[in-house]
Write a protein that binds this ligand. Structure first.
Ligand code: HEM
Length: 553
């Protein structure tokens, strides 16, 4: 009797696996687990009420059935992934071929999955199977095929992590190609040349507050990882919501943002298995750490609804998104939930990335004093009257400012791995290798941008490679995608450039930047955490005012 039950359960387990093979099961994991629990207890209830079993007898029988079912299901999955799967011929760690939890485990070690990825590429080559249907490709030729403007690859299952309903998620998590294209138009208005022109003086005034704080603390060590964050969050509060987060003035993090930061590590680890994050966030209370941030954004949207004036040109990104909603434009966020999620993306995507890049820029200033001097000289030449003559157009025309930022984004991209894409049904071919359809592929940004095969003196900080030495160092042919590329490329990149040019030029026109006593920059350089966006260790720097450039007090 027992063996009949076991065999029935096992056959059902295997049959279930065969039945779901053509389905993107991640999307239904929540339903599957919920149905399993309901069936488990329903089974006990039925055996007691109808089958005449005692409670413990029924519990034993149902548990036995479930164990056999799940053991067969998992064995069938493992065998299939190892022996029959379309990715079976790609090399990679054994455990990765069976389960994506292996990536979670690697990430959980030190939260430096980027380093684990580097080790895997060293061991297995350019094309590595990093999950049952995940493949990481370290080849320049893959960049355009996966991310280029004509790529047929689409957002992968990774983007299902905040929910399955495309009408309720942000643009970043929108996987449907056409829906994404439509929504992008509302975003692009918030980043148009006209909009950027209205943001420029407001960003400068945030840079001025930062300058006053640096001047106030001149000669004392300052944690510039934190201050870069304060600056970037204040900028995004201003241009994202027309709201003052007041981080720069208070010198502390806005409480709504604290919650987000304290959960970044967990997010980085769990997002290796996207359905897991989706599942956990569905549990009431599990996202409590974010409640302040979610509440803040929801509240801001409510306020914006109340004060909306159809006659006025929007003054911030969220107002542009709201305008599309009010005008029932096809580009509008498709539901109130989607608009709220979009507003959260404005803050997270806009602030974390710019902050880590600014901190990295400051690190390179301190590490390479001769490059800092060159930057100061060129800016002094462009604006001989000093900081009081600061002019964005002149900063923009000082090419070395851009080169310095570009080189920083090469060596320390804000997204170390970048976003995975799903191959089209017919698959893709990278050089001689065919990668089947429905596979999640990725070119790790941090690794390809330091790959010696494409970059001369790949580990060296040489801003000149972007202009003076461009031809000599072969920069045109090297893979470079800190903002990603193509259809899903960062829509905020011009805003990021605006913030970075403004802050970098302001700092070097006013101060000489050095490491604080005891700071070598080693930890900052080596111990960044890979939490999708990067989480940086503290960086203690010291700022010495330059004689001729006085910042506002
Ligand atoms: C140095 C600064 C920045 C860097 C390095 C950066 C990088 C990136 C990258 C690599 C992506 C693609 C992510 C993916 O494939 O999943 C992305 C997407 C995005 N970024 Fe940025 N970003 C920066 C600043 C900004 C700013 C200031 C904003 C303004 C709100 C912004 C808004 C977004 C949005 C909304 C997306 C999602 C786009 C989509 O899925 O269509 N980013 N960014």
């Amino acid at each position: 009797m027992v063996s009949l039950t076991a065999w029935t359960a096992a056959v059902l387990g295997v049959a279930f696996h065969v039945a779901i093979q053509q389905v993107e099961f991640e999307l239904y994991m929540y339903h599957f687990i919920f149905t399993s629990i309901a069936t488990f207890f329903g089974g006990i209830f039925a055996l007691v009420k109808i089958g005449g079993y005692g409670f413990f007898g029924a519990l034993f029988k149902v548990s036995f059935f479930f164990t056999a079912f799940n053991a067969a299901l998992l064995t069938s999955i493992a065998v299939y992934r190892l022996v029959f799967h379309r990715c079976r011929d790609f090399p990679g760690p054994f455990a990765s071929k069976i389960t994506r939890f292996h990536a979670t485990m690697l990430s959980a070690k030190n939260v430096q999955y980027n380093k684990e990825l580097a080790k895997m590429h060293e061991q297995y080559g350019d094309i590595v199977r990093t999950g049952p249907r995940e493949i990481s490709i370290l080849r320049k030729s893959a960049v355009n095929i996966i991310y280029g403007p004509t790529s047929e690859c689409r957002k992968s299952t990774w983007y299902g992590q905040t929910g399955n309903d495309p009408k309720k998620c942000s643009i970043h998590m929108t996987r449907d190609f056409n829906a994404h294209r439509q929504r992008k138009r509302a975003w692009d208005k918030g980043f148009s040349i006209k909009s950027l022109a209205t943001y420029q003086p407001r960003i400068k005034s945030k840079a001025d507050i930062l300058m006053s704080q640096l001047r106030k603390n001149a000669g004392k060590p300052m944690d510039m990882t934190a201050w870069s964050m304060f600056f970037s969050f204040d900028v995004m509060g201003e241009v994202g919501f027309s709201k003052d987060f007041n981080n720069l003035v208070s010198g502390t993090e806005h409480p709504a943002i604290q919650g987000v930061h304290s959960h970044m590590t967990m997010l980085g680890i769990l997002s290796m298995v996207p359905w897991l994050l989706n599942l956990l966030s569905s549990i009431p209370g599990a996202a409590a750490g974010y409640s302040e941030f979610f509440g803040f954004c929801a509240n801001e949207i409510r306020e914006k609804h109340k004060t909306y004036d159809a006659e006025k040109t929007p003054q911030d990104i969220v107002s542009w998104l709201l305008k599309a909603v009010k005008e029932k434009d096809v580009s509008a966020s498709p539901s109130p939930e989607a608009l709220e999620d979009d507003s959260r993306v404005v803050i997270i995507a806009g602030s974390e990335t710019t902050a880590t890049t600014l901190a990295a820029v400051l690190f390179f200033l301190a590490k390479y004093p001769e490059k800092q001097k060159k930057l100061q000289r060129l800016l002094d030449e462009a604006m001989p009257g000093g900081y009081s003559e600061w002019d964005y157009e002149k900063v923009k025309a000082t090419q070395y400012v851009d080169d310095f930022i570009s080189e920083t984004l090469r060596l320390k991209p804000a997204l170390l791995d970048g976003g995975p894409r799903q191959t089209p049904p017919q698959g893709i071919t990278v050089d001689e290798v065919h990668i089947p359809g429905g596979v999640n592929v990725l070119v790790p940004i941090g690794l390809i941008q330091k790959d010696k095969r494409y970059w001369q003196d790949a580990e060296e900080f040489i801003p000149e490679r972007f202009t003076e030495k461009r031809a000599e160092m072969g920069t045109d042919n090297a893979p470079y995608l800190p903002f990603s590329l193509g259809h899903y490329a960062c829509p905020g990149r011009n805003l990021a450039w605006l913030s970075l040019r403004t802050s970098l030029s302001s700092v070097v026109m006013n101060f000489d930047v050095t490491f604080a006593p005891g700071e070598t920059g080693e930890t900052f350089d080596k111990e960044a955490l890979d939490t999708f966006t990067t989480t940086l260790p503290p960086l203690q720097l010291q700022f010495t005012p330059r004689a001729k450039n006085l910042s506002p007090r």
